[in-house]
Design a protein around this ligand. Structure first.
Ligand code: G16
Length: 555
């Protein structure tokens, strides 16, 4: 029989959830009581709203360093708070979208919520990043009123409850039951991919997908970047669809992501970018026809064609325009949405379809309310996030299946292989093209970043166009979210400055450039945006204020 102890603790600074949970260096998380304090603060927040006692929750993550240790601690705190049952993916592995599916649907959606251990696309290892966030009963990240409350608890906490149960073997499937102060506490180690794969089979036409991937003239290159998408990609693409295993790269989740940066963009997914012939001298080489990558926790995606990059903003617009390719959307789209800095490409699709287009602040949590209210079907973000109302997280593997469904659909009556580039170019012909680029200034001094934002705000009146600090009123619950980025808008282009909310140290400034062209569809991004970028560098004086010579990442 195990017992529950109340352990005295003191607040730990810096446990404020950012854009999607708390992300910190592992070295910081190693300090005593770190996981206990945060978990107890989440549970205290849950108890103010729901009945935690006897409930089922999900705990797992992207397989990064320190997750297994944190899971054992969370199990003990869960038992100490009288949670009835915890579902843990085998070896602590569940992608973020899989957690969302499990919360929403396993055993009829009985789970109250879940703790996801991930720092997403940030690197892993003893000297890299760790992350933790709470997802609520709709399967989505806790909204602002929850995360604000979690934070308040972290700065006022004085004790946590913990049970003295032994560590649980999470390496094999099965059920372990403990008696904790006379009541049962159950840990069920569940298959990491089963629920998620069944969900995908209910959304897509797998016969069409199988027919496409078995075409001799269609070759895939899928890079899991040693993140958690590997087991899902192998299950769906290799075991079910028959894609040769050698075309699914880095599909073993590693605690340090093989030393790489599990971020599916043109900089960090360099092996994939190279394999697809992007930037190569040789034109029309024997490159794969379709390339894809996911991030550490498999909620992000990057889509590539032969020597062709699809911007995330274009990607979601193309999927919305071709939703007829996906059986799940057979009844049509309820509405579409994007985060504010995401290009307006999807707006043109929404207008043509005659459906509502929503603009929300950066953060997937803002889409959840619209989905729960039945107003939103497909949405996406410039930060390589795409998804739909099938769950309440963005979904990297879903995005790959959605793109393959569109390709299969476009090839139904075609005498040649209609590839990614042809699909995107014909989309531009119909809707116009949103040239887009993002500059990231990573890990700069926080004071300097704040000074930059202040300087820009003070220059609103000098700007010959619309300049404001973006503020959002949620159309469902009318909550207001302020200070979500500084916008400089003319009828032809937009420049947006924003502080990232996902870094683990210092500050990251993002600058987003966008220009819409109805006719000139074949410019290079530099040609289209060069003069706007030059203007912005001068106007903001960003290099001087941040003491840098340029951005660290350009996408
Ligand atoms: C998170 C959020 C996304 C957001 C992204 C970038 O993604 O879920 O909605 O767009 O961060 O945020 P920021 O620009 O503040 O760094 P992820 O994949 O990191 O969980």
């Amino acid at each position: 029989m195990s017992t529950i102890q109340a352990v005295h603790t003191t607040p730990i600074q810096g446990q404020k959830p950012g854009t999607s949970g708390v992300r910190k260096k592992v070295t910081e998380v190693l300090q005593p009581h770190y996981i206990e304090n945060f978990t107890q603060s989440c549970f205290n927040t849950v108890k103010e709203r729901e009945v935690l006692e006897g409930s089922t929750i999900v705990v797992s993550g992207d397989g990064r360093y320190y997750n297994k240790t944190a899971i054992q601690t969370i199990l003990k705190v869960a038992a100490g708070n009288r949670v009835g049952r915890v579902w843990v993916g085998q070896n602590g592995i569940l992608s973020t979208p899989a957690v969302s599916v499990i919360i929403r649907e396993r055993e009829g959606g009985i789970a109250l919520g879940g703790l996801i251990l991930t720092a997403s696309h940030n690197p892993g290892g003893p000297n890299a990043d760790f992350g933790i966030k709470y997802n609520i009963g709709n399967g989505g990240p806790a909204p602002e009123d929850w995360t604000n409350r979690i934070y308040e608890h972290t700065i006022s906490i004085s004790e946590y409850s913990i049970a003295d149960i032994p560590d649980v073997d999470i390496s094999s499937l099965g059920r372990t039951e403990f008696q904790v102060d006379g009541r049962p506490f159950v840990v069920e180690v569940i298959d990491s991919t089963e629920d998620y794969v069944a969900k995908m089979q209910s959304i897509f036409n797998f016969d069409d997908l199988r027919a496409l991937v078995s075409r001799p003239d269609f070759k895939i290159h899928y890079d899991c970047l040693s993140g958690v998408s590997g087991p899902y990609a192998r299950h769906i693409f290799h075991r079910i669809l028959g894609v040769p295993l050698e075309q699914i790269k880095n599909s073993e989740p590693l605690e340090d992501f093989g030393g790489g940066h599990p971020d599916p963009n043109l900089v960090y997914a360099h092996d994939l970018v190279h394999a697809m012939g992007i930037g190569a001298e040789v034109q029309h080489g024997d490159y794969p026809d379709f390339g894809a990558a996911n991030d550490g926790d498999a909620d992000r995606n990057m889509i590539l064609g032969k020597q062709f990059f699809v911007t995330p903003s274009d990607s979601v617009a193309v999927l919305a325009a071709n939703s007829a390719a996906i059986p799940y959307f057979a009844g049509g789209l309820k509405g579409v949405a994007r985060s504010m800095p995401t290009s307006t490409a999807i707006d043109f699709v929404g207008q043509k379809l005659g459906i509502q287009v929503y603009e929300v602040p950066t953060g997937w949590k803002f889409f959840g309310n619209l989905m729960d209210a039945g107003r939103l079907s497909i949405c996406g973000e410039e930060s390589f996030g795409t998804g739909s109302d099938h769950i309440r997280e963005k979904d990297g593997v879903w995005a790959v299946l959605a793109w393959l469904s569109v390709i299969a659909y476009k090839n139904k009556n075609s005498d040649h292989l209609v590839g990614v580039e042809e699909i995107v170019r014909s989309h531009w012909q119909e809707y116009g093209r949103n040239y887009y680029m993002r500059y990231d200034y990573e890990n700069v001094d926080s004071n300097a970043a704040n000074q930059l934002m202040e300087t820009l705000k003070n220059k609103f009146s000098e700007f010959q166009g619309q300049a404001d600090s973006y503020e959002y009123t949620d159309p469902v619950d009318h909550s207001v979210t302020k200070n979500q980025g500084l916008r400089f808008i003319t009828p032809e282009w937009r420049v947006i400055y924003r502080l990232s909310g996902t870094g683990s140290s210092g500050a990251t400034v993002r600058v987003y450039y966008e220009k819409y062209e109805k006719v000139n569809l074949d410019l290079s991004t530099d040609q289209a945006l060069g003069s706007i970028i030059d203007w912005s560098l001068k106007f903001s004086d960003i290099n001087a204020i941040l003491s840098v010579t340029g951005p660290t990442v350009i996408t």
